[in-house]
Design a protein around this ligand. Structure first.
Ligand SMILES: [Zn+2]
Length: 242
């Protein structure tokens, strides 16, 4: 795998290798469900649809120094695909294993799809996560699913009504708290409500909160607003914010 024994010259070397953790990718939608018309190039690659494209993405990530990835779900279907992909990539003979990359998944409902209702996640949650009140689940599943989301608020597109977005967001915060999982947040033009809802749920007790990118324009806005918005958020939410 990617970790190597300590090298006394490693830290002093100007070209020291940096390992990147890609905490937010959607390889499942691009390489599984979103490309139904193409056939795998390699005979016997049926277990990994579109295997050659996936292998290319994994190889490029590895070449850039990525050693860990989280494949993020946006609704019931893409969450199930994220789990399927992460589980396939955990196998000893997978392209990710060959490249020294570990992959995990999240289960969540994007604010665009909030109108579907968080209950649509029930079956995938029941299949993949232990009952937080002490039910049974396998160790294998608990190591594949590491977060809830992406969830949040998107007032730019308003694909779902805002009150529905807020309710779905709050419900998924409760899921993250109940399962002791990291929360993956998508927020766009809705910072005030986002922080208010996070604070109201006592989410500072969650293992972590990741704010995910929405678009290039969003990223620029996020960077511009980060100092004031995030400093306030840190004050209200505590050290769980990442
Ligand atoms: Zn995303």
């Amino acid at each position: 795998m990617s970790s190597t024994p300590a090298d006394p010259d490693h830290r002093a070397h100007p070209d020291a290798v940096v390992e990147w953790f890609d905490s937010h990718c959607h390889l499942q939608t691009e390489y599984l469900a979103g490309d139904q018309g193409k056939e795998p190039d390699q005979p016997g690659a049926h277990a990994e649809p579109h295997a050659s494209r996936l292998a290319g993405a994994i190889a490029r990530a590895s070449e850039a120094g990525v050693t860990r990835m989280v494949c993020v779900g946006t609704d019931a279907a893409t969450s199930a695909e994220a789990v399927e992909l992460a589980r396939a990539m955990a196998r000893a003979d997978s392209v990710a294993t060959a490249e020294g990359i570990q992959m995990w998944a999240t289960i969540g409902l994007h604010p665009h799809d909030a109108i579907n209702g968080v209950l649509t996640l029930d079956s995938i949650l029941a299949a993949e996560l232990p009952d937080p009140r002490g039910g049974s689940a396998t160790d294998k599943s608990s190591t594949i699913v590491v977060g809830i989301g992406e969830c949040g608020l998107d007032y730019h597109y308003d694909h779902s009504p805002r009150d529905v977005q807020r309710a779905a967001f709050a419900a998924q915060i409760e899921l993250a708290l109940g399962h002791r999982l990291t929360l993956v947040v998508h927020t766009r033009e809705a910072w005030d409500d986002t922080i208010d809802i996070l604070a109201a749920t006592g989410v500072g007790l969650a293992p972590g909160i990741f704010f995910g990118p929405g678009s290039e324009g969003y990223l620029r806005a996020c960077v511009c607003r980060a100092p004031d918005v995030l400093s306030e958020a840190m004050g209200r939410l505590g050290p769980a914010l990442s």
